[in-house]
Design a protein around this ligand. Structure first.
Ligand code: B1M
Length: 210
């Protein structure tokens, strides 16, 4: 669909204003928020990753696209949430310490909310102590951690260790994810679940809550 291609192109160039205009046009033409996200926006983020890896774009360009993505997500979010009463349980979510990447984490947060969970989003660069404090403060049943860097993913294990030290581990289910994270890695650090994307994170959270 041409409008989805236009959305992808604006996002890739980090052009927030045309992106928002195109999103509004698509919505008014009846394109669903999830199609805009999955077919228009996410492929561009993958493409951006390729370009970044090959030194064809650099941090400032990637930053601009990421900001445009988060702005667009704020518009799409209310349209992606259903009217589920949020009584299934509480999840605290964040990207781990040292890691600024928040786009995937934001998507997971939206999907968890859409599945009827009360979601406490701690943002990015979240320390083990902040995760543990939030579990206590919000009486959470799920800790959901995102990591996008090979250097930060081991910190997910640090968080689990602190949950153990503070006597909180048996009270919560720990979910991990992010591009470099694998099922095997999740098992090695003692997480309860790994899921590769935001949609499966939501269904797994429901399973974990029983
Ligand atoms: Co960064 N970056 N970045 N970056 N960045 C990556 C991750 C990288 C793979 C790029 C590359 O080289 N190809 C590379 C990591 C290499 C590695 O570790 N092996 C990298 C690097 C190196 C860096 C810097 C070190 C660059 C530098 O400064 N020299 C630096 C680190 C900064 C820091 O964090 N301390 C850096 C900085 C940045 C920006 C700030 C410019 C920006 C982030 C802005 C922001 O997030 N607000 C940025 C971006 C945008 C990217 C890429 C291009 C895109 C990431 C993204 O948003 N993807 C990325 C390349 C790539 O991933 N291909 C890259 C879209 C998003 C929807 O996917 O987050 O994977 P993702 O989430 C997915 C799944 O992983 C999953 O669900 C989502 C889909 O449904 N998921 C979960 C995520 N969390 C989950 C949790 C779950 C379950 C599933 O359960 C709890």
């Amino acid at each position: 669909m041409a409008i989805l291609e236009d959305i992808g192109a604006s996002l890739l160039k980090g052009r927030a204003r045309p992106l928002m205009e195109q999103i509004n046009t698509a919505l008014s033409e009846g394109v669903s928020a999830s199609d805009i996200l999955n077919e228009g926006m996410l492929p561009s983020m993958s493409k951006l990753g390729e370009l970044f890896k090959n030194n064809q774009v650099f941090v400032p360009e990637v930053m601009r696209s990421a900001q445009a993505f988060n702005q667009a997500l704020a518009t799409l979010k209310p349209l992606m949430l259903n009217d589920a009463v949020q009584t299934r349980g509480t999840a605290v979510i964040g990207t781990v310490s040292g890691d600024k990447h928040d786009i995937g984490k934001n998507l997971v947060a939206i999907m968890l909310q859409g599945a009827g969970l009360n979601v406490i989003d701690l943002g990015s660069e979240v320390t083990a102590e902040q995760f543990c404090d939030a579990v206590v403060e919000h009486d959470a049943q799920i800790v959901a951690m995102s990591a996008l860097l090979t250097t930060t993913m081991p910190y997910q294990g640090e968080v689990i260790r602190m949950l153990e030290e503070r006597g909180l581990r048996s009270k919560v289910k720990v979910m991990v994810g992010g591009a470099p994270v694998t099922e095997e890695f999740a098992k090695s650090i003692g997480a309860d679940a790994y899921t590769p994307d935001a949609g499966s994170a939501a269904s797994r959270a429901i399973e974990l809550l029983g």
